[in-house]
Design a binder for this molecule. Sequence first.
Ligand code: IVH
Length: 691
Amino acid sequence: MPKAEAAREIEALRSSIRYHNYRYYVLDDPELPDGEYDRLLNRLRDLETRFPDLLTTDSPTQRVGGEAIAGFSTVQHEVPMLSLDNVFSAGEFADFDRRARERLGDLLGRAQATGHDLFSLPQMTYCCEPKLDGLAISLLYENGLLRRAATRGDGVTGEDITHNVRTIATVPLRLLGDNPPALLEVRGEVVMPKAGFLKLNAGAAARGEKTFANPRNAAAGSLRQLDPKIAAQRPLEFYAYSVVQAEGLSLPASQFETLQKITGLGFCISREIRRGDGPEFVQSFYDDVQSRRDSLPYEIDGVVIKVDSVRWQQELGFVSRAPRWATAYKFPAQEAITTVQAIEFQVGRTGALTPVARLAPVFVGGVTVSNATLHNFDEIERMDVRVGDSVVIYRAGDVIPKVVRVLPELRPAHAAAVVLPQQCPVCGSDVERPENEAIARCSGGLFCPAQQKEALKHFVSRRALDVDGLGDKWIEQLVDLALIKTSADLYDRARLNKETLLPLERMAEKSADNLIVAIDASKATTLPRFLFALGIRDVGEATALALARHFGRLDAIIAADEAALMQVPDVGPVVAESIATFFRQAHNLEVITRLRELGVSWPDLAAEGERAQPFAGQTWVLTGSLTSMSRDQAREKLLQLGAKVSGSVSKKTHCVVAGEAAGSKLADAEKLGVRVIDEAAFQQLLSGHGL
Ligand code: IVH
């Protein structure tokens, strides 16, 4: 290929990738299936490898992390990076609001002769934003290209972290649009989303490495690396919250509108940002965001309330290090100090012993906490936590509170180190802890009532056999009363029937009937669900599905050796060993045989190779609610037929299945002329393919 042609294609690819990044990250409305996007990126990478002198630093391929730097250089902030004052209650915010309006009233010459008049200004319009709990950074663009990224530092002098920030997918390397401003400085927060944080820590814990106390530390730690390859592997995101310098770009005189405007340049802003008038609006925003705090993708520690008018911001100015036109309205603290009263070990589904600290009750993050997890025994040794210690505990959203660190200066004399029990606290079996593993396990297997309970809870859970109404409390009673031990016992009507259920606490005739109906209904299942329900170590939903699709029949999976199992996508030696070990245990096979004898059944799938994939290469979209099956079930069936299932409609969508109350996706399909079928037609199509 001639170089000029390559250059043209490279430019076209880059601009198309930037556009799709924008659809994906900023609008959260991707147009392309992931596979198509990857193809564009791979093609670009390929061309850049063949024509290395066409490679530029703003190419979308340059997020993998370049060379490590020797040390951080310092950066002077032309506009200082300030901090915010805090308020903690509606009353304190009302004071802030009053002060700002009085001051503006004075400044604008509207004060009454009688002195400060509270109502000299009508309600103030505020831009209300979540206070993201990450790391503040400044991004400097020259002629549309990212030139420098810096930490806040002391507000005047920060550190140059451009090498790391370049790896963050939501930081534009080049601004979108044809007429880039000569200069633009955008500030915002780098955060690690909760999901990515949990995954990162789980991986570190499994490798016996140090975990991060919270997403903010994880984000900060990632940006403090000299080697950008580390940051490139961390799930970081950037959300813009202010523009402090702009040349060659006219900006609205409103904070809210400025943020909207810069999304057009390729920046992400939080989805929670709202504008409204007066303290009452602010309070309702605060209450609303606080009530949804746990379900937000990132951690926040409050909201930030800013006077929306840029002109009034200028009038109000600053006191020492903080603006008079903005304040943080903080949520109650998430960290607190308390004492450890005992350390106990809980036994999980796979026998893992999890140490739990019993604490003197303490109010943290809006709830009273009296237990905190210590993860595993390594963690106890690393922190050297002892009974009697004063500890810092941290509660983030809906996750279990955890002990972050010990305050050794407050340790009572004679506090003894914790020892790992030799015997399972529940069943007395030996505790095993393979060398180099952080996790100690009860060796009792399904003999151990704790493992029985956890295995049963998993078996009946929604994504497994989905037994409606059989909650944890029932399972615990059923096991404690020795009515059931294994999942097969659930279906054994000689053991579990109305007469045996009725003595349970809070069990009535009606609920006993319902429970039996629900258990019986769960007998008809699918192979992936059944495999997942077995609770094989390392086999999550995705692996269960991959196994089912690869082998088609349960007996083929039981018969497979490690080598055969490793043929399945994403099954490596560790997972293969877990699966093979599970099916080598006689008692597991016994339970499976009994389950089948008692009527648990599923349709076999055609194994890979023998399967017709009539929908191969097609992308389907599901929208609205279906009445004859759940969305998950519909998705599973489409996958079985070889289709891809996407969350959004594009020109390339093959077909949209529209259930009841279908919304914007249906409209999209109609606009793009994509085929739409209703539930009845969909069912007919499925049954035509034996599903
Ligand atoms: S505005 C002069 N907006 O909070 C205004 N800050 O205590 C300065 N933060 O260092 C900041 N979310 O790291 C602003 N929506 C938001 C924010 C936000 C989080 C952080 C930021 C700053 C700290 C101030």
